[in-house]
Design a protein around this ligand. Structure first.
Ligand SMILES: Nc1ncnc2c1ncn2[C@@H]1O[C@H](COP(=O)(O)OP(=O)(O)OP(=O)(O)O)[C@@H](O)[C@H]1O
Ligand SMILES: [Mg+2]
Length: 580
């Protein structure tokens, strides 16, 4: 045990002396209350500590203690369904114990130590196992089988292993080296968990959100950023993805901006239903919550705790999606701590290492071959919201995130203001994954899926050009084909891209329905183009098809196959009648 004394207190940063042998990133307990902190700077005898709890009332001279070990996340069955703070303290247990979410000096085991889990071995006596091998599993929730992995630094021949009910403190197997295997393991959160190798991103994360699945898909193992001004829909978007995307596991990190925003998440999430299983969504979700009244240092840590948990499930072979809302709050925590350390500030007061920290975080996304003999693959997809002050995307957090993320989903204040939701700007947003996903879409979404995507985008781009002309010379001066294009573009925007996250049907759109909706719009467009030579545009405007298109998104999802082929046929028949 290393014991020193507090020499200075500067908000969340505490300085100490007399801690010989202490290293950067070591976990410490500060003061009589034993507040949790982490060493962030060591210079000779002088140590700077970021403290994860309110430092009010701490006094110079109080003790600082450390085991000389970094902060370790506890990984094992029981993570799913939990709500943690940034240093993995179980918020509900702490609240039950102390009556508040953030009692100082409170400790609580991240994972329940008394609960017995039924362990089923898959490895046998006599087998040689090492880091990453699966030795058995536990049914963690009805939805998720939790594979028990051999931790780093452990290898040998199994001498005992048996099916049975165990707590996390009881070994489930023993090796000839004398090492024991438990269902839980520890991991230093700032170090990426090792893998065999990253593999190409070839499968999209299907989100059920048309703007993403059709226009700007993110690959499983990829990364996307959602920058947007105040109130433009960052949180609604992140939550829609948490609910609907086809990830096996969701890790949701909330860095509350407004005090009540996180409370909403904390009260809402536990009641959400998993649309795929009808079970609580929390059965495959881990929440990490930072309310705005929690200290900044815990916020800084939360994204590492979150991504470590995400990597752990990836290592079992799962597809994990991690949402961080908002990474700007994390960057601000970094800035505040750096300021307290009196470091030389970089752009807009952020520390010069902001860019590398952002890059390191997003680089932990990936589709990988996991360690272990049985050739599993898994993925972590990272989706980070960014809240640039004043909605100005040229600020450092947005710019540095943009440089590294593979998809850019730009929220637009104007669209949000006109209540076009999701307010993703289709002209400035992009995905760098399209080439990698091309084969997947062609094989799984329809051979003409991407071609239709291209046509829709082209219409929207053309609309932009025409709008400029209309501003100059008025709509009446446009040719009839151009007028038609503008109306079709509006249909694409209003009836296809808009998607109401709160509508019971529209909230989720299966890929097949997205396919048919595109087909219906383009089919109708072509029919109208053909008709233009025979009837006036006025008459085309009166066709009932326009209204039918505006309702198709409310078709119950389970009637996709029974409805759309007929719908598309009728659309074209009605158009032919109009000409006849
Ligand atoms: N897809 C959507 N469908 C329907 N309404 C939406 C959608 N997206 C956003 N909204 C509306 O916009 C409001 C603001 O969205 P949200 O809270 O997600 O914004 P935000 O960008 O997270 O804001 P803040 O900057 O305050 O965190 C929501 O309360 C909702 O009314
Ligand atoms: Mg928000």
């Amino acid at each position: 045990m290393i014991i020193g004394k507090i020499s200075r207190i500067s908000g969340p940063v505490v300085h100490a002396r007399g801690m010989e042998g202490i290293k950067i990133r070591d976990l410490v307990r500060v003061g009589e209350l034993g507040l949790v902190g982490e060493v962030i700077e060591v210079k000779g005898d002088y140590v700077a500590i970021q403290v994860y709890e309110e430092t009010d009332g701490l006094q110079v001279g109080e003790p600082v203690k450390s085991d000389g070990k970094p902060f370790l996340a506890e990984l094992g069955p029981g993570l799913l369904g939990m709500i943690y703070d940034g240093i993995q303290r179980p918020l509900e247990a702490i609240r039950d114990q102390t009556g508040s979410f953030i009692a100082r000096g409170a400790t609580g085991d991240p994972l329940d130590r008394t609960k017995r889990w039924h362990f089923v071995p898959t490895a046998r006596r006599g087998e040689h196992v090492s880091h990453g091998d699966v030795i058995g599993w536990v049914q963690e929730t009805p939805a998720i089988q939790h594979r028990i992995l051999v931790p780093e630094g452990v290898s040998g021949k199994i001498v005992t292993i048996a099916e049975g009910d165990y707590t996390l403190d009881e070994p489930v197997a023993e090796l000839d080296t004398g090492q024991q295997l438990f269902m839980k393991q520890l991991w230093p959160i700032r170090r990426p968990r090792p893998i065999v190798q990253k593999i190409a991103a070839g499968v999209p994360l299907i989100t059920g959100q048309r703007i993403f699945d059709v226009f700007f898909p993110v690959a499983k193992g990829g990364s996307a950023i959602v920058p947007g001004p105040f109130g433009s829909g960052k949180t609604v978007t992140q939550q829609a993805l948490a609910k609907w995307s086809d990830a096996d596991i969701v890790v949701y990190i909330g860095c509350g901006e407004r005090g009540n925003e996180m409370t909403e998440v904390l009260t809402e999430f536990p009641h959400l239903e998993d649309p795929r299983t009808g079970q609580p969504l929390m059965h495959r979700t881990v929440l990490i919550a930072n309310t705005s009244n929690m200290p900044v240092a815990a916020r800084e840590t939360s994204i590492y705790t979150g991504i470590t948990i995400a990597e752990y499930y990836r290592d079992m072979g799962y597809d994990v999606a991690l949402m961080a809302d908002s990474t700007s709050r994390w960057a601000e925590a970094l800035r505040e701590i750096s300021g307290r350390l009196e470091e030389m500030p970089g752009e807009e007061g952020y520390p010069p290492y902001l860019a590398s920290r952002i890059a390191e975080f997003y680089e932990r996304a990936g589709r990988v071959i996991c360690l272990g003999r049985d050739k599993r693959s898994g993925s972590v997809t990272v989706i980070g919201a960014v809240s640039p002050p004043g909605g100005d995307f040229s600020e450092p957090v947005t710019q540095n995130s943009l440089r590294i993320a593979g998809a850019f989903w730009g929220l637009d204040a104007r669209l949000a203001y006109s209540r076009h939701f999701p307010a993703i700007n289709w002209l400035t947003s992009y995905s760098l994954y399209l080439d990698a996903l091309q084969d997947w879409y062609t094989q799984n979404a329809g051979p003409d899926f991407l071609e239709m995507r291209r046509e829709l985008l082209e219409i929207l781009q053309k609309e932009e050009e025409l709008k400029k002309i209309v501003q100059l010379v008025g709509r009446e001066s446009l040719s009839e084909p151009d007028k038609l294009l503008l109306d079709i573009a509006r249909t694409i925007r209003d009836d296809f891209l808009r998607q109401n996250a709160f509508h019971e049907i529209d909230a989720y759109c299966p890929l097949k329905k997205q396919y048919y909706m595109m087909k219906a719009i383009l089919m109708f467009y072509k029919a109208c183009q053909d008709m233009l030579s025979q009837i006036s545009y006025e008459e085309i405007r009166k066709l009932p098809g326009w209204e039918h298109l505006s309702k198709m998104r409310y078709t119950p999802n389970d009637q996709t196959e029974s409805f759309f082929p007929k719908f598309i046929e009728e659309l074209s028949a009605v158009s032919q009648e109009a000409v006849a």
